[in-house]
Design a protein around this ligand. Sequence first.
Ligand SMILES: Cc1cc2nc3c(=O)[nH]c(=O)nc-3n(C[C@H](O)[C@H](O)[C@H](O)COP(=O)(O)O)c2cc1C
Length: 202
Amino acid sequence: MIHETVVTTCSIDGTPHIAPMGARLERDSVVLMPFTPSTTYDNIMASGCAVMNFTTDVRVFAGCVTGRRSWPTLPAGTVPGVRLAGALAHTELRLVDASGDPARPVLTLRRVAEATHAPFTGFNRAQAAVIEAAVLVSRLHLLPREKIETEMAWLTIAIEKTAGPAEREAWRWLTEATAAFYSNRESLHDSHNERACMREPT
Ligand SMILES: Cc1cc2nc3c(=O)[nH]c(=O)nc-3n(C[C@H](O)[C@H](O)[C@H](O)COP(=O)(O)O)c2cc1C
């Protein structure tokens, strides 16, 4: 089973990096599969460690894929690095194996410490919708526009019925980023066509 987590890593000079990432949880280890190029991958390979954060604050997921990567952190307890200050729980990890394809490495990390900071308060459909939409937004350049728009329209139902203020804010960031992506793409397309017309022989 894949769990949607937020992975915090640090570069060699100590700069923290925050990225949503699917994680396969095994008994003593965790498997991450970052698509390269990836700062998360580079940091794990360089530092040998990472922290996996469990949070229901879906603004972190939506924020990271829309350029809002600055979230409050606290020092991790065992590995050199940070955890999300708002995490319900976190697990500290050390790299034990790197394999797989260069385009999608498979990183196996051993659990070395874990802590719980707040209780899980139950499932919320709007939070699940934000996670789904954040995945779509991270793949706008890969997926057909029709698929994105159909799925976002479907996910809106859960937002309208069950969101609180944090989920609404996250949803706004995602819909704004989607609109900006297509509007930029259309203006690039228009200016490309204009240049092509200007080159047409008369
Ligand atoms: C819920 C969720 C899960 C994601 N899972 C992965 C993943 O497993 N691997 C990956 O490369 N990117 C994943 N992404 C996209 C990354 O968060 C995003 O592309 C990020 O910028 C990773 O690149 P970075 O390490 O350079 O920051 C996920 C995004 C979301 C919203």
